[in-house]
Design a protein around this ligand. Structure first.
Ligand SMILES: Nc1ncnc2c1ncn2[C@@H]1O[C@H](COP(=O)(O)OP(=O)(O)OP(=O)(O)O)[C@@H](O)[C@H]1O
Ligand SMILES: [Mg+2]
Length: 252
């Protein structure tokens, strides 16, 4: 459903994403892990068609996002890590606006918007301006907006940040149900428990290169150790085991 071939992004002479090949299938919930600055956001933004690759290709259901952006983007819902919402719209108006971007309107869209807001406990806030929303409420509205045009693929950058436990649970259940119906989710996360609990497969990216890809069980074998915590596997694979410097810093 998502296919990356030799996907590359350079900022000047710095290579943020280096010739990535990756395929995410229909019905799959795929986790994208990696240290800060590894290239996750850059990759997800290229998949969503909002950042132009330096090289390589992205296809969504076989449609090239550069050659046919309108058709590819119609299949896609993107939840960015630093979302932009118009402060002077209400929650309901914002959803209507996003649906409009995809040429969707009418009773069907209204009903879906209402249900999405209710799902995230925003129904009482639907007619309030976004400027009065808390951080988590904005996050929930952005998530709702990604689903409003019924995309087949959701690309999402650190979705759990800022959500309360109930909303985080709702989102996890929503993602699982969404992929059970044959849709696809690709999400970055730093929460390894979430990845372990939720994702069918994960990839670990580091310095723009994919270091490992597979089920958590595959990675366990790959890392050459039978430790059962994903945290240990992650730190081993990225060579980022907590250092002794910690003690030295505190002693200094
Ligand atoms: N607009 C930009 N100009 C120059 N360098 C950039 C730009 N955006 C990102 N980078 C660099 O590209 C690399 C990858 O950044 P990216 O935001 O993709 O990382 P990330 O994996 O999402 O990290 P985090 O976990 O902190 O969100 C970093 O070294 C970053 O400094
Ligand atoms: Mg990021």
């Amino acid at each position: 459903m998502i296919e990356l071939k030799q996907l590359t992004k350079k900022y000047g002479s710095f290579t943020a994403v280096n010739a990535i090949d990756l395929t995410v299938g229909r019905g799959e919930l795929f986790g994208f892990l990696g240290p800060n600055g590894a290239g996750k956001t850059t990759t997800l933004r290229m998949i969503a068609g909002i950042l132009r690759p330096t090289g390589g290709s992205v296809t969504i259901a076989g449609i090239d996002i550069l050659r046919d952006p309108l058709h590819a983007k119609a299949l896609l819902g993107f939840i960015p890590d630093r979302p932009f919402i118009y402060e002077k719209l209400t929650g309901a108006e914002f959803l209507r606006f996003v649906a409009g971007l995809f040429q969707q309107e009418g009773v069907e869209v209204e009903r879906r918007g209402r249900e999405l807001l209710a799902l995230f406990d925003l129904d009482e806030w639907r007619d309030e301006l976004v400027e009065s929303y808390s951080h988590g409420m904005r996050q929930k509205l952005i998530i709702a907006s990604a689903f409003v045009h019924r995309p087949e693929v959701i690309v999402v950058d650190e979705p759990m940040v800022g959500l309360d436990p109930k909303a985080a649970r709702t989102l996890k259940d929503l993602f699982r149900e969404y992929v059970r119906r044959g849709n696809t989710v690709m999400m970055s996360t730093h929460t390894l428990e979430v990845a372990q609990q939720l994702c069918d497969r994960v990839a670990i990216i580091q310095r723009g290169t994919i270091h490992a890809c597979g089920t958590v069980e595959d990675l366990r074998v790959h890392s050459g150790n039978q430790e059962d915590r994903l945290e240990d596997i992650f730190l081993r694979l990225t060579g980022e085991a907590p250092s002794r410097e910690l003690v030295e810093v505190l002693d200094a």
